[in-house]
Design a protein around this ligand. Structure first.
Ligand SMILES: NC(=O)c1ccc[n+]([C@@H]2O[C@H](COP(=O)([O-])OP(=O)(O)OC[C@H]3O[C@@H](n4cnc5c(N)ncnc54)[C@H](OP(=O)(O)O)[C@@H]3O)[C@@H](O)[C@H]2O)c1
Length: 327
């Protein structure tokens, strides 16, 4: 594993992070979940990304992760970097959703209980909810750190115009934003564009680390949809967030063309798609989600080749610029 400095902090994070959004809930196979966590840890992936609502059922990814830690990794807490978030719908009633102080403080306590932890390494505001003043949300994050329940704070999916304001507030409170988390993949390039106002550029300018989520566009950047939607794929699952209508002929065609370039490079398509994100040194880590140990093993080989020639980058850009490919 290679480790990268998270923004201007001293924290090192592995170039690959394992996320528990799908595949770790009560509807999933617990043994496979355990094997994936242990394989990741053995391979040097010490960074695990969760949220209060991951499952389904919401909360069960944290419960399962807590159980896996207790049963297998209890003596390794200081080697692990565990993050969680709050801000999406989690419990009934008006306080179970959004980015209010009320929601964040209760959520943090609930997450710690579910995982059986004294603290998390990062507590994120999962999203800007469009209503709560950012000062209220940021102060809640600061107070969570001051209470010893998180070591650092993070932002997820804040629009660029609010990102800089959040960073400034947190800096003034001496709890700088360690890490920012955004959707980014070959099919979703806006957040990692070189433009000065992209989320990545704003984060880098403010010294925040940057992690990319859904780096394989939830599985679209693999070969699995080349001949329709296979049973057991995320698009086929009732509990999956990838909708069948997002598996379009244009994207499958683009994935085929990208696969041809990956083969020339001696890589699988997922490896090339992950490498394409990590090619930018401002990206701290990509958060992968896997449904099997075989997928995890495949993705680990990404790090064997992160270099792209100018010609490869140009050909990739041409494929991604076709109409109907961007998500
Ligand atoms: N902050 C936020 O709002 C937010 C939102 C979304 C995600 N996230 C974070 O990002 C993490 C990753 O997101 P994601 O799960 O959407 O990531 P992803 O890597 O884009 O998609 C993961 C899916 O791709 C397929 N896959 C992965 N590696 C493969 C391989 N080598 N070969 C074939 N198929 C492969 C699997 O699909 P199948 O299941 O079909 O096998 C897997 O479930 C989440 O777990 C979460 O921690 C954060």
């Amino acid at each position: 594993m290679t480790y990268r400095q998270c923004g201007t902090s001293s924290v090192q994070l592995p170039a690959l992070t394992l996320g528990l959004w799908h595949n770790f809930g009560s509807v999933d196979d617990f043994d496979t979940a355990t094997q994936m966590i242990l394989r990741a840890f053995d391979a040097g992936i010490c960074h695990f990304d969760l949220a209060n609502n991951y499952g389904p059922e919401p909360g069960t990814a944290e419960e399962n992760f807590g159980r896996i830690l207790r049963e297998n990794l209890a003596s390794h807490r200081d080697e692990l970097f565990i993050t969680t978030k709050a801000g999406h719908r989690m419990w009934p009633g008006v306080y179970g959703d959004g980015s209010s102080r009320k929601n964040l403080l209760a959520s943090c306590d609930q997450s710690l209980r579910r995982m059986g932890l004294d603290y998390v390494d990062v507590f994120y505001s999962h999203r800007y909810d469009g209503v709560t003043p950012i000062e209220e949300t940021m102060q809640a994050l600061v107070d969570i750190v001051r209470a010893g329940k998180a070591l650092y704070v993070g932002l997820s999916k804040y629009p660029p115009e609010l990102q800089a304001q959040c960073y400034a507030y947190l800096r003034e409170q001496h709890v700088p934003c360690l890490v920012s988390q955004y959707p980014a993949s070959m099919f979703r390039r806006t957040s990692v564009a070189s433009a000065e106002d992209s989320n990545l550029s704003v984060a880098a300018k403010n010294g925040s680390g940057f992690v990319c989520f859904s780096p394989l566009a939830q599985g679209l950047l693999t070969t699995k949809y080349f001949n329709g939607i296979p049973a057991n794929s995320r698009a086929a699952k009732a509990t999956g967030f990838l909708r069948t209508e997002q598996v379009t002929p244009e994207r499958v065609e683009a994935a085929r063309a990208l696969h041809a370039i990956a083969q020339e490079r001696g890589q699988s398509l997922p490896q090339m798609a992950l490498a394409w994100l990590l090619h930018d040194p401002r990206v701290t880590s990509v958060i992968i989600g896997t449904s099997s140990v075989a997928q995890l093993n495949d993705n680990l080989h990404t790090l064997d080749n992160l270099a792209f020639s100018a010609d490869e980058l140009l050909r990739i850009d041409q494929i991604l610029s076709h109409e109907g490919v961007a998500m």
